[in-house]
Design a protein around this ligand. Structure first.
Ligand SMILES: [Zn+2]
Length: 137
C-alpha cells in the first residue's frame, strides 16, 4: 500500500467511536467558526482535544488519527467505510456522488485519503468483474 497518510484501521476505529455514541464528549466552537472536540481515549482514562488540524493523542503525529476521523472527518470516515464494502461499481459511484458535497469543506489531507480509498475500491471492483468474466490478465 502506498497510502502513508493513514493506516486503514484508523477508519474502522473511527467508525467504532462514532457508533459508540458516548466517546465524543463535547464540542466547542472557535469565534472563527472552527470546531474543537473532546474525545475519550480507548482506555477511558483521558480525553483528547481534537480539531481538523490535529489531535493531542500520540498517533496524530503520524497523520490523521482516528479521533480526527471520528469528529471533523466523520462524513468522510463513514463514506470510506461504506466504499470498502461496496458490492458493485454502480453502488460505489452513487456513494461518491451522494456524499462528495458533504466532504467539500474538509482539509485536503482528509480528501486525499478519501480519493485514494475511492480509487482502491474502484480498482477492486473492476478487477473482480474481469475475474468474474474469466478474462485472463
Ligand atoms: Zn487522536
Amino acid at each position: 500500500m502506498s497510502n502513508t497518510t493513514t493506516k486503514p484501521d484508523r477508519i474502522d476505529r473511527a467508525v467504532e467511536i462514532i457508533r459508540a455514541g458516548n466517546k465524543i464528549l463535547k464540542v466547542d466552537y472557535y469565534s472563527n467558526g472552527g470546531q474543537v472536540w473532546f474525545v475519550e481515549s480507548s482506555d477511558a482514562k483521558k480525553n483528547y482535544r481534537v480539531t481538523e488540524q490535529g489531535c493531542t493523542c500520540p498517533d496524530a503525529r503520524n497523520g490523521i488519527c482516528k479521533h480526527q476521523w471520528a469528529t471533523a472527518g466523520a462524513n468522510a470516515a463513514m463514506l470510506i467505510f461504506k466504499m470498502r464494502q461496496a458490492g458493485g461499481l454502480l453502488a460505489l459511484f452513487e456513494m461518491a456522488e451522494l456524499h462528495a458535497a458533504a466532504l467539500a469543506g474538509l482539509p485536503v489531507g482528509f480528501l486525499r485519503v478519501a480519493r485514494d480509498e475511492y480509487r482502491q475500491a474502484k480498482t477492486r471492483l473492476i478487477e473482480r468483474i474481469t475475474f468474474d468474466k474469466g478474462v485472463a490478465a
